[in-house]
Design a protein around this ligand. Structure first.
Ligand code: SF4
Ligand code: MG
Length: 330
């Protein structure tokens, strides 16, 4: 059952008189109830802008975002506020996203204040309950953010998001600012909360290492486009897009006893500017296997295996082959 549907979403920013920054350029994906959808790509690829446009922190340039079938960008002001009861965000930097002058209790209470929930006598026990849910001490409510470590601050951010019992949480690189040793703890907490509460997540990350542990499906983004989309398992077992292969080759094998024989794919050149993206395939300036057609024709979306989609000319013939095989089997 679909909770969120993103359809041909575009978010362009006008820069001065002539230039347009195509941060998100025709992105489509669905998120099913109770799953985690991972959105992965280098910084600047448009993943945060996608997340923010999905909850209308930015107005869209084109396309649709449906939440429970309702177009978020057509809600009126009152409906928009009501939506934030169901959709909450956890931000990347737990140092910058918590007001240093507010107590933990005040921070966690922000969404509840917006929606007039757990007021009066219900407030204090609610905050204590939330602190315990995220693995913090219930007596910490009157402390300030600077008294906590990065991992604890992110737990506070999660408690704030949970305070209004949302259905959907957009976590924008929630672990990128944390020590590696703490990252797994926060991911495990998020997984546990998801199981207990039936939450649905959009989990945004800049590399594939942790995302695989939490995501059911993953979309790989490059320069405002999703270039590959499939289940977490098939993305790791059978990455198809040259960019996904490069991202995967950059993840170290965690066990030091296993010799890492894989060839590390080093991408040449820099991420091009989204103000002036390459013609044809957006990845072609860095693709190790680019062909002539890649400069002139944008690759279309091909379903190579069941529910495994890729946007690359190499695979376009395979779609035809698969369809032919299917027909022959009939
Ligand atoms: Fe590389 Fe061409 Fe495929 Fe783009 S379409 S990823 S440039 S081979
Ligand atoms: Mg970002």
């Amino acid at each position: 059952e679909k909770l969120v549907e993103v359809k041909h979403l575009k978010k362009h920013f006008t820069m001065g008189k002539r230039s347009v920054l195509k941060a998100v350029d025709d992105v489509s994906f669905d998120i099913y109830k109770g799953e985690t959808f991972g959105l992965v790509g280098e910084s600047g690829c448009g993943k945060s802008t996608t997340g923010r446009t999905m909850i209308r922190l930015y107005d869209r340039t084109a396309g649709q975002v449906l939440f429970n079938g309702q177009d978020i960008h057509q809600l009126n002001a009152k409906e928009q506020i009501a939506l934030t009861k169901n959709v909450q965000m956890v931000f990347q930097d737990p140092y910058a996203s918590l007001n240093p002058r507010s107590t933990v209790a005040e921070i966690i209470a922000e969404p509840m204040d917006v929606h007039g929930l757990y007021t009066g006598k219900k407030r204090k026990p609610r905050i204590q309950e939330l602190l315990e849910i995220v693995g913090l001490n219930r007596d910490h409510a009157n402390r300030f953010p600077h008294e906590f470590s990065g991992g604890q601050r992110q737990r506070i951010g999660i408690a704030r998001a949970l305070s209004v019992d949302p259905d959907f949480i957009i976590a924008d690189e929630p672990i990128s600012a944390l020590d590696v040793s703490v990252q797994a703890q926060v991911v495990n907490l998020m997984k546990q909360l998801q199981e207990e509460r039936g939450l649905t997540y959009l989990f945004i990350a800049h590399d594939l290492s942790m995302v695989k542990h939490i995501s059911d499906r993953i979309g790989v983004m490059y320069l405002g486009n999703i270039v590959e989309l499939t289940s977490s398992a098939s993305l790791y077992q059978k990455p198809l897009h040259p960019y996904t292969q490069a991202l995967l080759s950059a993840i170290p094998i965690p066990d030091p006893d296993i010799e890492d024989k894989r060839e590390r794919i080093i991408l040449k050149g820099e991420l091009p500017s989204p103000v002036n993206p390459p013609s044809g395939c957006v990845f072609r300036t860095r693709c190790p296997v680019a062909m002539a057609i890649c400069a002139s024709v944008k690759p279309s979306w091909t379903e190579v295996d069941d529910q495994h989609y890729v946007a690359c000319h190499i695979f376009e013939g395979q779609q035809a082959k698969k369809t032919k095989e299917k027909i022959e089997q009939l």
